[in-house]
Design a protein around this ligand. Structure first.
Ligand SMILES: [Zn+2]
Length: 285
């Protein structure tokens, strides 16, 4: 599944390579898939996209916004799979969930694994959509400061019990993160996935904040993770430290064997020595 760095990579590439292209025709999927969420009929999508021009794409959380000027915004949300530019229409996949053919002979296809939203809104209405409206600050935005992050944790622990992994992967408390990038963030912050948020001291909270910002920035610099593809069909350059290949191998920092654990709906990979599990660092006022 795409996470924030992959969406940022796609948005940047779309700004460079798609802006100004005019749509010859737009089609929704020819391959039925019940976990692709559309908000338009095939005919509606075709007539609303015809002749529109691609504007300046941007990403926020796990959402990608592609303006179709004048007046509309195409939204991809919480998808995995491929969103790919084809230099010639003849190279588009036989099965797709969305296809835009442009007047210059190029095309963009989207194929999702698992699930995802592919919706077309009148400009501005996309901001009213659940999950987009009221989205919290994302790690690449100016509002995502250490002070904001401390407050987010303070509010979380007042109302519920949550662990470090829960904070990173549930309810989009930190929009854009998912199970993949969370593993490296927790390793970088030296925190165990099960570590209760309520046990984190100010120093550990700031370390976690820094790990989030730095990890996201590094994955973006590398053009996404190496198990996801960019707009040109190339894998990203970021190789995760803590993924399934790490299990059973020595920790790159201390040599202890990396452990795999199923927790909160996905596998975790962590170093039992580096990533502190108990409240060894006490919370200060
Ligand atoms: Zn270690």
């Amino acid at each position: 599944m795409f996470e924030l760095p992959e969406y940022l990579t796609l948005a940047g590439q779309m700004r460079q390579s798609l802006m100004g292209k005019r749509i010859l025709d737009g089609r929704l999927g020819n391959s039925p898939h019940k976990f692709v969420w559309y908000n338009r009929s095939h005919d509606e999508f075709a007539s609303l996209t015809r002749g529109k021009e691609v504007g300046e794409a941007r990403a926020r959380g796990r959402w990608l916004f592609v303006p179709l000027e004048p007046g509309y915004v195409l939204v991809f949300g919480e998808c995995g799979g491929r969103i790919q530019l084809h230099p010639e229409e003849s190279t588009t996949p036989a099965k797709y969930h969305l296809l835009l053919r442009f007047e210059d002979g190029t095309a963009v296809s989207a194929v999702t694994r698992m699930w995802g939203a592919m919706e077309l809104y009148e400009k501005g209405r996309e901001l009213e959509r659940p999950y987009i409206s009221g989205m919290r600050p994302t790690p690449t935005g100016g509002e995502f400061t250490p002070a904001y992050f401390r407050k987010l944790i303070d509010v979380s622990i007042r109302t519920e019990k949550r662990s470090v992994k829960g904070l990173l992967t549930q309810d989009q408390l930190v929009p854009g993160l998912g199970n993949a990038i969370a593993q490296d963030i927790m390793f970088r912050a030296r925190l165990n996935p099960k570590r209760p948020l309520a046990s984190l001291g100010v120093e550990a909270i700031d370390r976690l904040h820094k790990a989030i910002v730095e990890t996201v920035a590094e994955v973006v610099r590398e053009g996404g993770r190496n198990d996801e593809y960019d707009l040109f069909g190339r894998p990203g350059g970021y190789v995760r430290v803590m993924d399934r290949n790490a299990a059973g191998r020595p920790c790159p920092a201390c040599g202890t064997t990396i452990v795999k654990m199923q927790y909160l709906g996905g596998a975790c990979y962590y170093c039992p020595s580096c990533q502190v599990g108990k409240a060894a660092e006490t919370r200060k006022a």
